[in-house]
Design a protein around this ligand. Structure first.
Ligand SMILES: Nc1nc2c(c(=O)[nH]1)N[C@H]1C(S)=C(S)[C@@H](COP(=O)(O)OP(=O)(O)OC[C@H]3O[C@@H](n4cnc5c(=O)[nH]c(N)nc54)[C@H](O)[C@@H]3O)O[C@H]1N2
Ligand SMILES: Nc1nc2c(c(=O)[nH]1)N[C@H]1C(S)=C(S)[C@@H](COP(=O)(O)OP(=O)(O)OC[C@H]3O[C@@H](n4cnc5c(=O)[nH]c(N)nc54)[C@H](O)[C@@H]3O)O[C@H]1N2
Ligand code: SF4
Ligand SMILES: [Mo]
Length: 898
């Protein structure tokens, strides 16, 4: 009988991925899933979502979840324990280590993916009650240089701009930001501004990214040389007398020193061209556009932050805005785009080891103030260890207890292999996670604590423009999973601080956080949400997306900061900063002649614990790759589609080779997403040098000296399974999620016979095996059938077999396969009549390359026409640059046939 389930109403919540902070409408389907749509009322996205947001419904399944507290026994095996046991043992463990070795022997490593309430209690426990400031977060790898740049220039970590500036600017300069892929909905707003208002777009990035494809001017800067470019700009603005002397005089200090330094770094356009590798005419065009446009917005991201001189880069940018008074005005300002959904919230609560709480630091006055507010037992009185130093201290045995929450440092920290090794020496290692398996969990923590995931937890996040939005639960927490704030509070209570952690809900914590922000503030601190400190539970539930500051009594809302000065320094003036001479920390060498640039792809999120579950998202880039310039490839003897070992002083990975024009010579690009869970050898964090910025402690994740060499594999294979299997790492493989199972792309040197022996172990033992050796093509096809369905198959040969991937995948989805279909399947002919959809281009509508090429052949001449024919590119727009490229490529091919 078909039981009609009542359809629950849509719940308004916020996307758990990037810092754009899009509003989501989630409608639970009553069986553990939910339909996902953009929230038309949310001011970040007005109803739109990118491919990742749209696929959120595909990431809600429970197969990979950690559902119960687990304790590792002395035999190394994990046993399920109840919450009371787990919490008591974790609390006792921390207390005993603090008693024996002092508070600095313990540490928390947190994440911009925690909610503000989770973050607040973890920070409070460590900095107010355990008495150490050893709380750091993955924001150290992400936003720390922007934070430090803001604090040097403004006296506080203030983002002056908001998203309306993106719609209102006449010139948008993107520095080290691949926003088309990483902030797609904001990028769409930029592109709309360009189309509708004629705004100009400039992209500064060593790589010709999808973002660069849309730019009016692309500046392929030499890695690390942004400060030269912006110092040159400051000099240019001074020479052309477009400085705002009134603003400089009234609201800033240090201008002369900064200008003198800029002159040393960039004495003229020729010097800028020499150091940045850019054409003089391009530099002049950039400078004159900046000079002549009042409404100029400079958006920056990891190409700026992830640098050993990232703070200087941020300040070199800010200097140009201060000097022209273009800050805090409509459409004008330096705008650091945050990465994670709650990177900004983490900064508000003081998640970084060098901040205390509510944008306060460690001055005695501030320590005293926060201590009184918290009624603290043991206030930390100085900064704690920043991420890279924290893991060094763990490696040296100085830190003996570590609690990791909502981050995967065994993948994402520099020198990740050393990070994994370091954790082996911990006396107490606790992880709060959503998933049962990731590379950090697999290091063997003593306790695994099941955290409620997106869709199950309640609280707030703050996006790039300082807008606080609610995440609301729309699913019950599965198994024993609990909100992170609850887990931390329980441990706090059991450590003897029950009165300080009395919270019954996220609302309780939010009110306290809001009250602290206003405590003895009186306008001295930018972060003030005192107006939200008395929200009732129901008002918290109903809270609309709210920009901060949101002060208590009737103060006028501040949409932007600093248009009329009012900086948070002692004298109220902004500081110009004179940057150091720019240089990457390590030179290349004969052994390591290339630069390893690392970053993101469009459809994956970080270490893929969630996006990796989505079949749709896995289709865009199904395997880990290295992008190489043609000249470098030739020199190293690499072929397109072959394999290469990328190596640095710290480690090596083996990746598929993509030869790309977009990639500059001398540098290779590797995505950060793959780990030991999703690939045989692709964890790029192992290769990254731990060189950090002196002010922010942020590592230079985009410039490690590296080498590349071909790795030959004789055979290619595809393995498709209804039930997953474990593959040895002496073959190359990449794991891809399917609707009905898992797929592996494989390269191997083991001959066919070996795989034939191995094959039955991959499949359900009762399955019936069938085999076909296509001798002409040298392709072996093995398939396992059970109950008339395909259980799995292994195709193997000397050629690429990816063309048969879609066919095998569709057979896995089929309910019944008759004898004739089986025969065709095994002979490899069944796909001849099938359309092979080719690599996925538009993830929102699932449109592959084949359909796009057909549409172009049938006359679609531009992106709009392809969109009309196939819908491709008409939702989030992040595939539009790729569509453009495909159309141009086809046009050239037809015009100039080989
Ligand atoms: N699809 C997707 N989106 C994401 C994420 C994700 O995992 N996947 N993660 C989110 C997070 S946490 C973050 S922090 C953001 C990051 O967003 P972005 O910063 O836009 O992303 P990245 O790819 O890390 O790096 C941006 C660019 O910096 C360039 N770059 C490297 N060196 C230099 C340099 O010296 N100068 C300049 N000017 N550029 C340089 C790289 O070539 C790269 O194209 O994305 C967020 N959005
Ligand atoms: N080489 C190189 N390294 C980099 C970067 C780079 O560009 N290049 N980028 C850096 C940047 S900007 C960032 S932000 C980091 C990101 O790196 P990570 O933070 O290490 O990556 P994630 O995969 O997002 O890890 C989040 C983990 O938390 C879990 N999780 C998700 N939600 C929750 C929750 O609510 N509660 C709990 N307890 N767990 C949860 C997920 O399952 C996942 O295992 O990587 C950094 N590392
Ligand atoms: S742009 Fe995409 S990933 Fe970022 S918040 Fe919006 S929907 Fe989520
Ligand atoms: Mo990030």
């Amino acid at each position: 009988m078909n039981v009609q389930r009542p359809v629950a109403p849509a719940v308004r919540t916020t996307c758990p991925y990037c810092g754009v902070g899009c509003g989501v409408l989630a409608t639970p389907d009553g069986v553990g899933g939910a339909a996902i749509a953009g929230d038309p009322e949310h001011p970040a996205n007005f109803g739109r979502l990118c491919s990742k947001g749209l696929a959120l419904g595909e990431t809600l399944a429970l197969e990979t979840r950690l559902l119960h507290p687990m304790e590792r026994g002395s035999d190394g095996d994990y046993r399920r324990v109840d919450w009371d046991t787990a919490l008591d043992r974790v609390a006792n463990g921390f207390r005993s280590i603090v008693e024996r070795h002092g508070p600095d022997a313990v540490a928390f490593y947190l994440s911009g993916q925690l909610l503000t309430e989770d973050y607040y209690v973890a920070n409070k426990l460590m900095k107010g009650f355990i008495g150490s400031a050893n709380v750091d977060t993955n924001s150290r790898l992400c936003m720390a240089s922007s934070v430090a740049g803001h604090r040097r220039a403004f006296g506080a970590d203030t983002v002056p701009c908001n998203y309306e500036d993106i719609d209102e600017a006449d010139l948008i300069v993107l520095v080290g930001s691949n926003a088309a892929w990483c902030h797609p909905i904001l990028f769409q707003r930029m592109v709309r501004n360009r189309t509708e208002r004629g705004a100009k777009l400039i992209v500064i990035d060593p790589r010709r990214t999808s973002t660069a494809e849309e730019a009016d001017l692309f500046l392929p800067v030499e890695p690390g040389m942004d400060t030269v470019l912006f110092s040159g700009l400051l000099v240019h603005l001074a020479e052309k007398a477009v400085l705002d002397f009134d603003y400089i005089g009234r609201h800033t200090s240090g201008f002369e020193e900064a200008l003198l330094r800029a002159l040393e770094i960039a004495p003229g356009i020729a010097a800028v061209a020499a150091k940045t590798g850019l054409a003089v005419s391009d530099i002049e065009r950039f400078y004159s556009l900046f000079r002549d446009t009042r409404r100029v917005l400079t958006c920056f991201s990891q190409g700026v932050n992830q640098s050993a001189q990232g703070t200087d880069k941020a300040n070199a940018i800010i200097n140009c805005h201060l000097a022209t008074g273009r800050i805090g005005k409509t459409g004008a300002g330096p705008f650091s785009l945050t990465g994670q959904p709650n990177a900004m919230g983490g900064r508000e609560v003081g998640g970084l080891a060098n901040q205390l709480a509510a944008h306060m630091g460690f001055s005695p006055v501030e320590v005293d103030r926060v201590g009184r507010f918290w009624n603290a037992r043991a206030m930390a009185t100085g900064e704690g260890l920043k991420a890279v130093d924290m893991f060094d201290a763990i490696g040296r045995g100085k830190i003996k207890a570590l609690w990791v929450m909502a981050t995967n440092p065994a993948v994402s920290l520099p020198r990740a292999a050393a990070v994994r090794a370091a954790t082996a020496g911990l006396e107490l290692f606790v992880i709060s996670e959503n998933v049962r398996t990731n590379d950090t969990v697999n290091c063997g923590a003593h306790f695994l604590l099941p955290a409620a995931a997106w869709g199950e937890k309640d609280g707030t996040v703050t996006n790039s423009e300082r807008r606080i939005s609610r995440q609301r639960a729309f699913l019950p927490a599965p198994g024993d999973a609990k909100p992170d704030w609850w887990i931390v509070s329980e441990v706090g209570r059991r450590m003897g601080f029950a009165d300080a952690f009395p919270y019954a809900s996220a609302a309780d914590i939010f009110r306290e956080h809001a009250a602290l922000s206003a405590f003895e503030n009186n306008g001295t601190r930018d972060f003030d949400i005192g107006g939200l400190a008395a929200l009732s539970n129901s008002a918290f539930d109903a809270l609309k997306p709210t920009l901060w500051p949101f002060r208590a009594e009737g103060a006028k809302p501040t949409a932007r900061f600093f248009s009329k000065g009012g900086f948070f320094t002692a004298n109220g003036k902004a500081r110009f900063v004179a940057p150091e001479l720019p240089a990457l920390r390590e030179g290349t060498s004969e052994h390591f002649p290339l630069r390893l640039n690392t970053g993101r792809v469009r459809d994956q999120w970080h270490t893929m614990t969630r996006t990796g579950l989505s079949p749709r998202l896995g289709a865009h880039r199904p395997e880990p790759f290295v992008e190489v310039n043609a000249a470098d490839a030739r020199r190293a003897g690499l072929a397109e589609g072959g394999f290469a070992r990328v190596q640095t002083a710290h480690g090596a990975v083996i990746l598929r080779v993509k030869i790309a024009e977009a990639q500059r010579a001398g540098s290779v690009f590797v995505p950060i997403h793959w780990s030991d869970v999703t690939a045989s050898s692709a964890r790029v964090g192992d290769l990254v040098a731990p060189n950090t910025d002196p002010f922010s402690g942020q590592p230079e994740s985009k410039a490690t000296p590296a080498s590349i060499e071909p790795v030959p594999f004789e055979y290619r294979a595809i393995l498709i399974l209804r039930r997953d299997a474990v593959l040895a790492r002496d073959h190359w493989w990449s794991r891809v999620a399917f609707e009905d199972g898992t797929g592996y792309l494989i390269a191997t040197n083991d001959p066919l016979e070996k795989w034939r022996e191995r094959a039955p172990h991959f499949f359900e033992p009762r399955a019936e095996m069938a085999e076909y050796l296509d001798e002409r093509r040298g392709v072996l096809r093995l398939a396992a059938f059970l109950h008339g369905r395909l259980e799995g198959c292994l195709f193997m040969g000397r050629e690429e077999l990816t063309s048969q991937w879609d066919m095998a995948r569709s057979f896995l989805a089929a309910d019944a396969i008759d004898a004739n279909e089986r025969r065709l399947f095994l002979s490899g002919r069944s796909h001849e009549g099938m359309v092979n959809c080719g690599p996925l281009v538009c993830a929102c509508f699932g449109v592959g390359m084949t359909a796009i090429l057909n549409a172009i052949e049938s006359g679609a001449e531009d992106v709009e026409a392809v969109g009309k024919a196939l819908q491709a590119g008409t939702n989030c727009g992040s595939c539009r640059p790729e569509l453009k490229r495909i159309i141009a490529h086809e046009r050239d091919r037809v015009a100039d046939p080989v």
